[in-house]
Design a protein. Sequence first.
Length: 108
Amino acid sequence: MAWTAVMSERELKRVAVVAQVEDGSLTARRAAGVLGLSVRQVQRLKKRMAEEGPSGLAHKLRSRPSNRKIAPRVQEWALGVIREKYADYRPTLAAESLEEVHCFKVGP
């Protein structure tokens, strides 16, 4: 079974620019300006692409859960409290109320 990398437009642009650096039609300094990166980071991308190919420039955490993800049971509890007690609140005020009254801090 072959694994295919799904890449965003931004990552595809990186692949194209780094390929131009590899073939010499673009300098690392100019590529850094195009991508909004440092020259050193462009060199790292060039090295990674040489080792792993274009899929090496895909984001490494794709399809993994976030480290900041709230556990499903806790999320259900918080949503239940909001629906029950704070249904008419806007999101920011509901989050502030959860923190003040129930000691549950919700991220931005």
